[in-house]
Design a protein around this ligand. Structure first.
Ligand code: GDP
Ligand code: MG
Length: 440
C-alpha cells in the first residue's frame, strides 16, 4: 500500500546527515510513484511533488542539522495540508435543529452513515438527533433506516414511500422542532450514477430545508471515481463536507488524498466498518502520520496484534496508554517484541519519541537481550514493580546474581525509566488530543 511504499522511501532518507538535490529528486520520484499507484489524482500528485521538492531543496532544510528528518517533516506537513490542514468541525445552527443532509450514490453508505453519525452525535457530543427516511425509491430503504433507529433507540421520521421526499423533509423538520431534537439527519436517495433527476430532487430538498451541512458519502474503495463523484455533487449542490466510507477495506488510500484538493471540500468523517460505532472524525494530521508511519500508536498496536495474541495485544496497549508497565511486562514483551522487528524502530513509532532524550541510546540487540533477561530475573518481585527502590546495594546484588555488571544494571534501569517516561508522555498526548478531538 501507499504507507508501505512511502515508509521505505522515508527510511532511506531519514538518517542522512547531508541531503543533496539528487537525493530529494530520487525520493520524490518514489513518492510520486507511490501516490499514483495509490490512485491519487494525477494533478494532485504533480502539485504535491512540486511543493515538497521546492521546500526540500530550500535553505530551511539543507542548512539544518538533520536534513533527512526535515524532508520527512516537509512531506508530512504537505500531506496534512493536502487533506485539509486542521480538522474541521460539524456545524451547529443558531436556531435548532441543525439540519444535515446526507447525499451520495447508491451503495456508498449513506443510510449506514446516517445511523453512525447520529450515534456519534449523541454519544460524543451529547445531542438528541432525529433521523429522516427520505429515500422512497430503493426497496426497503425506509425499513433499513428504521431498523438502525430501533437498534440505536433513535427516532426515525418516515411517511412511507408514497409521499415526495421534499414533503417528507419539510414535515420532518416541523416534527423535530416540536419534539426538541437538536439535529435532523436526512437520509436521501441515491442512484447508480449522478443524474439530473436525482440532482433536481436533492436541490429541492436543499432549497426547502436550508441544511447547515450537506455531507456527501463516498466509497473510498472507488478511488478516483469517488473524487469525480465528489466534484459533480459539489458543483451541483455545494457540499460542506465529505464522509469517506469503507476506509477499512481501502488499501490504497488515494481518495483521502485527492478529495480535498480537487473539490475543495473537507473530509469530515471516515467510516471504518459496518457497525454503528465504526466512524471517526477525520484528522488530516493523524492520517498523514498514519500514511508515513510516524508517531503512530495504531500502527504499533496493529503490529503487536499481528505478532501476539489479541488478548496480550490489548493488555500491551492498555499498559502503554496508562504507562503502568513493570519489569515483568517488559520481560514478557521482550520475546514478543523481538518478533515485531528491531525494538528501537518500534519505539520510534511512538509519537514524540524523537523528542525524548536518551531514546537513541535505547538500542537492545539480541546479544544484550539475554543479559537483560538475566538482570530482570535477578530482581525481586517488588523491585520489578517499583524499580525506584533499587539502590546501590541492590544493584550490586542484581549484577552478581545475573552474572552481569553494575553498569549494565544501571543502563537497563535508565532505559526502562526513559521508556516509561515516554509512555507517560504518549498517554498524555493522547489525553490532550482527545480533548481537541484528535491526537498529534
Ligand atoms: P446507501 O445506499 O448509500 O444508503 O448505502 P448503505 O448505507 O445501504 O451501505 C451499503 C453497504 O455498505 C452496506 O452493506 C453497509 O454495511 C456497507 N458499509 C457502509 N459503510 C461502510 C464502511 O465504512 N465500511 C464497510 N466495510 N462497509 C460499509
Ligand atoms: Mg440508503
Amino acid at each position: 500500500g501507499l504507507a508501505d511504499r512511502l515508509q521505505s522511501t522515508i527510511q532511506k532518507i531519514r538518517g542522512k546527515g547531508k541531503v543533496t538535490e539528487s537525493d530529494v529528486k530520487e525520493m520524490m520520484r518514489e513518492v510520486r510513484l507511490a501516490l499514483l499507484e495509490a490512485d491519487v489524482n494525477f494533478k494532485v500528485v504533480k502539485d504535491f511533488v512540486k511543493k515538497v521538492s521546492e521546500r526540500s531543496v530550500g535553505q530551511e532544510v539543507m542548512k539544518s542539522l538533520t536534513p533527512g528528518q526535515q524532508v520527512i517533516k516537509v512531506v508530512k506537513e504537505e500531506l496534512t495540508e493536502l487533506m485539509g490542514g486542521e480538522q474541521s468541525k460539524i456545524a451547529v445552527a443558531n436556531r435548532p435543529p441543525t439540519v444535515i443532509m446526507m447525499v451520495g450514490l447508491q451503495g456508498a453508505g449513506k443510510t449506514t452513515t446516517t445511523g453512525k453519525l447520529a450515534n456519534l452525535l449523541r454519544k460524543k457530543y451529547n445531542r438528541n438527533p432525529m433521523l429522516v427516511a427520505a429515500d422512497i425509491y430503493r426497496p426497503a430503504a425506509i425499513k433499513q433506516l428504521e431498523t438502525l433507529g430501533k437498534q440505536l433507540s433513535m427516532p426515525v421520521f418516515s411517511l412511507g414511500d408514497q409521499v415526495s421526499p421534499v414533503e417528507i423533509a419539510k414535515q420532518a423538520i416541523q416534527k423535530a422542532k416540536e419534539d426538541h431534537h437538536d439535529y435532523v439527519l436526512i437520509d436521501t436517495a441515491g442512484r447508480l450514477h449522478v443524474d439530473e433527476a436525482l440532482m433536481d430532487e436533492l436541490k429541492q430538498i436543499k432549497e426547502l430545508t436550508k441544511p447547515d451541512e450537506i455531507f456527501l458519502v463516498v466509497d473510498a474503495m472507488t478511488g478516483q471515481d469517488a473524487v469525480n463523484v465528489a466534484s459533480s455533487f459539489n458543483e451541483q449542490l455545494g457540499l460542506t463536507g465529505v464522509v469517506l466510507t469503507k476506509l477499512d477495506g481501502d488499501t490504497r488510500g488515494g481518495a483521502a488524498l485527492s478529495i480535498r484538493s480537487v473539490t475543495n471540500t473537507p473530509i469530515k468523517f471516515v467510516g471504518l466498518g459496518e457497525k454503528m460505532d465504526a466512524i471517526e472524525p477525520f484528522h488530516p494530521e493523524r492520517m498523514a502520520s498514519r500514511i508515513l508511519g510516524m508517531g503512530d500508536v495504531l500502527t504499533l498496536i496493529e503490529k503487536a496484534q499481528a505478532n501476539v495474541d489479541e488478548e496480550k495485544a490489548r493488555e500491551l496497549e492498555q499498559k502503554m496508554r496508562t504507562a503502568s508497565f513493570t519489569f515483568d511486562d517488559f520481560l514478557e514483551q521482550l520475546g514478543q517484541v523481538r518478533n515485531m522487528g528491531p525494538l528501537d524502530e518500534l519505539l520510534k513509532m511512538m509519537p514524540g519519541a524523537n523528542k525524548i532524550k536518551g531514546l537513541n541510546n535505547l538500542q537492545i540487540d539480541d546479544k544484550q537481550i539475554a543479559h537483560v533477561e538475566a538482570i530482570i530475573k535477578s530482581m525481586t518481585k517488588q523491585e520489578k514493580i517499583q524499580p525506584e527502590m533499587i539502590n546501590a546495594s541492590r544493584r550490586k546484588r542484581i549484577a552478581k546474581g545475573s552474572g552481569t555488571s553494575v553498569p549494565e544494571v544501571n543502563r537497563l534501569l535508565k532505559q526502562f525509566e526513559d521508556m516509561k517516561k515516554m509512555m507517560k508522555q504518549m498517554a498524555g498526548m493522547q489525553q490532550k488530543g482527545k480533548k481537541k478531538g484528535g491526537f498529534k
